[in-house]
Ligand binder design. Sequence first.
Ligand code: AMP
Length: 594
Amino acid sequence: MTKFEALGLDKPLLDAISDLGFESPSEVQEKSIPILLDQETDLVALAQTGTGKTAAFGFPMIQKIQSESRTTQGLILSPTRELCLQITNELKLYSKYVKGLNVVAIYGGASITEQARQIKRGAQIVVATPGRMKDMIGRNMVDISKIDYCVLDEADEMLNMGFYEDIKDILSNTPQEKFTWLFSATMPKEVATIAKKFMHKPVEITVGTVNAGASTVQHEYYVVGGRDRYAALKRLADANPGIFSVVFCRTKRDTQRVAEKLIEDGYNAGALHGDLSQNQRDLVMNSFRKKQVQMLVATDVAARGIDVDDVTHVINYQLPDEIETYTHRSGRTGRAGKSGISMVIVTRSETRKIKAIENKIKQEFIKKNIPDGMEICEIQLYHLANKIKDTKVNQEIDSYLPAINDVLDGIDREELIKKIFSVEFTQFYNYYSKTKDLNSSEGGKDKGEGKGSKEDIPSEGSVRYFINVGERDGYDWMSLKDFLRDTLNVEKEDIFNVDTKDSFSFFNSDAHLAEFILQTFTEFKLEGRFINVEISTKPGGGGGGKGGKKRSGRKGGGRRGGNSSYKGGNKGGGRGGNKGGYGKKGGKKRSGFY
Ligand code: AMP
């Protein structure tokens, strides 16, 4: 008897499992499959993506469903289209020997009529995102009034994404006597509330506390000045030439901006966040899977469905609000038995959060220094040497060799090597030989933050700022105020005393917004131009525009000829109403877990 047989699974599933090459059940499967097969019960399971949880609910559901009947009997709700498709594909593989069983995916961004057609043909299991599901119920395109089983997958994430009302509506269209199986990586209050409200005495299981791959992940942190985050990110990428990474930002806008800057600076980067169209997301994910995109800059929500095994580094460009989210992020690397590194870029004041994470994940972080320019040059040189050594010779070159030899005639081996290396290396050297040390000591003042650094920000009262746009750029005080309000996603009253001059302007905010405003306008570009905001040294702000030093062109400059550019749709810094900035409107306040 195989270990899967011992769990109570029937032959069609066992045959599929054998085809898939699964040797033994994972922990979540071992714990939930016997319960779900033997008992008609609700279940709450704490388990992360990558632990095999799709099979944990999928196997029992497939076995229990009557495939002879065309009625929809199982509903699985999942937060994103990516996950929805992933689950559907997995279930199709698992049920390949179950005759007549149809699994249909319904999700936004694709033809609703085509999905309705598939449902009409008979779908015993429907896998859906909440928004599209609700839409289809409203249009009578799907009937879930007779389901026996309902799975809420990644429940915490669905609630994070604001699907509570949709889930409530959807569940109100299902029968009382169904069984609900809830899977969640974390158990915040909101999920506990759902479990209490919609479930009856659920059996609870927990699988580990950390992602399965966690012990293969090394955690590192780097302390830099708040304004050096991006420069630090570039150095980390340059110091790891073979990097294949997910870079996490907190907001969609930061995600877009960081990805755009990386692309402009010649990195193979792409953005993944919820403001992109489905088509754009598919494009970037395909390129990432093919490793054409080496740095995938993503929001937490968009990255949830990523199922790529070879990620070498996770880079926390900014730390998340909740420690659980950090666990999710670092779990994107160190998968499938491989090792991985999770790097965190923090400012001096954020280092206490590192301690809190260490306590929670029971693993120590290694404090590391951002490599200096010369270290990076050295790494790049050796990388190039190895690349040359490992390159397979292209025999097509043979016929051109005599001519090439003619050109290089008289140059000895040593000089030739120097020249070859200089072709690639000089650009790096020229850039890095002029750069500063980015490391901030944990105890001392943050380095490199200059004017407007945290120490200069008043902690109360109002703060006056200089901004390098004015009437010459078409602004009057009202339109500049609108621009600031939209860009910062704050209330109108938060920005006041806007005073436009010819080529620059001034405005005020409450002190508590100062750090956020300065951070937002760090390396901020509008229509290709840097917008510079600094704290005005003159309290009245009236006289002279000297308050702001002019930014001279782009920092860091072009690096190498990047080729994969997936900028996504909206350019960062547009005037349009960006979401996801300062969480004043709509955004629910986090309770602060650190
Ligand atoms: P999940 O957590 O459901 O997203 O599963 C992660 C991956 O693990 C999927 O590619 C599954 O096909 C695979 N998987 C699930 N169960 C097992 C198992 N028992 N043994 C090996 N691989 C598995």
